[in-house]
Design a protein around this ligand. Structure first.
Ligand code: NAD
Ligand code: TYD
Length: 356
């Protein structure tokens, strides 16, 4: 039986990944979910697997060496999938420090512990069979594209925001552990995700939420920046494939050739919400162009040819379907939105897990 150590499993993508892993009750595996429960981590995301004995939650910080040593020693994971991160570009512009601490130093702590417990006694650079360290990274490490072309795995790293700089730094450390110590590592670099449980500070859930409440829809600058959107479940499936079948040391880009300008995304959300709620007040009049983000990357676009050819991965959810599903999810989970954005979440935690 395989033991997965998943970090950041109470966040957006991490919780979707765990729910997906445990979706078949017949599957025998163990998932140890390490999450510090920052503002972005929410145990309610995992409510549907409450009582599933295959899942253990440990509230801990990946920067905390003592805590990580204890977790790695007691659970002896086969796989480490590192989602834990500070993930919001705007926050990284106002406070870069915590991004370096969590995204870079936290990743180093995990690498050190994986190396320590996986090393076989007789040879420093050989490891238990079947183990893998997977770093969940982002296409933002490649920087910004002009109107043509796509990011491939060999595109030079050229991050612009403190967030992407911290993710690129972590990627280089993961690569160094592969190159120097032969630790079996992979790095995945995915485009922008959307879907259930995304914290409502990111573009899509923020716009759904504001529009529904007839609040202004803040579009940065001209809104013609381009992002390449992928439904979160497709990302999770790609990660699983890389973990099981990826070549050690390799980087895999993940994306579904689904580029949209921010204005197109906002317009689509407005049109769909107005129709499903039959609410004429939800209109483009709510759009407000506000000051542009500093250092704003103009365009991201992934070339997913490598993961397609090597592992047979293809995105399954067309954007038109995924966005409808996502809007519906947010409409049906208004309590969740209120919860994660208010102090009520604290009392929920205490009620669920006691005060600690
Ligand atoms: P998120 O902000 O929703 O979740 C991050 C989780 O990490 C939260 O549960 C938080 O509590 C936890 N965390 C933060 N600091 C921690 C620490 N020091 N110790 C332990 N846990 C900590 O982020 P997300 O959107 O789910 O992103 C997950 C990963 O995927 C990140 O590494 C991000 O860089 C990467 N990624 C995200 C996207 C995207 O579009 N969201 C795209 C590509 C890659
Ligand atoms: P975001 O969801 O923060 O993801 P990322 O910056 O990692 O791509 O933003 C997606 C795009 O939407 C990005 O170009 C910034 C823009 N944006 C707005 O125009 N208004 C907003 O309120 C937010 C949060 C983002």
């Amino acid at each position: 039986m395989k033991t997965y150590l998943v970090t950041g499993g109470a966040g957006f993508i991490g919780s979707n990944y765990i729910l997906n892993l445990l979706s078949n009750p017949q599957d025998t595996l163990r998932v140890v979910n390490i999450d510090a429960l920052t503002y972005a981590g929410n145990l309610e995301n995992l409510q549907s697997i409450e009582g599933d004995g295959r899942h253990s939650f440990v509230q801990a910080d990946i920067r905390d060496q003592d805590a990580m040593q204890q977790v790695f020693d007691s659970y002896q994971p086969d796989y480490v999938v590192n989602f834990a991160a500070e993930s919001h570009v705007d926050r990284s512009i106002t406070n870069p420090q915590v991004f370096v601490e969590t995204n870079v130093l936290g990743t180093l702590t995990l690498l050190n512990n994986a190396k320590r417990i996986w090393q076989t006694a007789d040879d420093e650079d050989s490891y238990r069979t079947g183990v893998r360290f997977l770093q969940v990274s982002t296409d933002e490490v490649y920087g910004s594209l002009g109107p043509e072309g796509f990011f491939t795995e060999t595109t030079p790293l050229d991050p612009h925001s403190p967030y992407s700089a911290s993710k690129a730094s972590a990627d280089l450390l993961v690569k160094a552990f592969g190159d120097t110590y032969r630790l079996p590592v992979n790095i995945t670099r995915c485009s922008n995700n959307y879907g259930p449980f995304q914290f409502p500070e990111k573009l899509i859930p923020l716009m759904i939420n504001n529009a529904q409440q007839h609040r202004a829809l803040p579009v940065y600058g001209d809104g013609l920046q381009v992002r390449d959107w992928l439904f979160v479940e497709d990302h999770c499936k790609a990660i699983e494939l890389v973990l099981k079948r990826g070549e050690p040391g390799e980087v895999y880009n993940i994306g579904g050739h689904n580029e949209r300008t921010n204005m197109q995304i906002v317009a689509q959300i407005i049109a769909q919400l107005a129709e499903s709620l039959d609410d004429p007040q939800i209109s483009e009049a709510l759009i407000q162009h506000v000051a542009d983000r500093k250092g704003h990357d103009r365009r991201y676009g992934i070339d997913p040819a490598k993961i397609g050819a090597a592992l047979g991965w293809q995105p399954e959810t067309p954007f038109e379907e995924g966005i409808v599903q996502t809007i519906r999810w947010y409409l049906e989970h208004q309590g969740w939105v209120e919860h994660v954005t208010s102090g009520a979440y604290r009392s929920y935690l205490e009620q669920m897990y006691g005060s600690r």
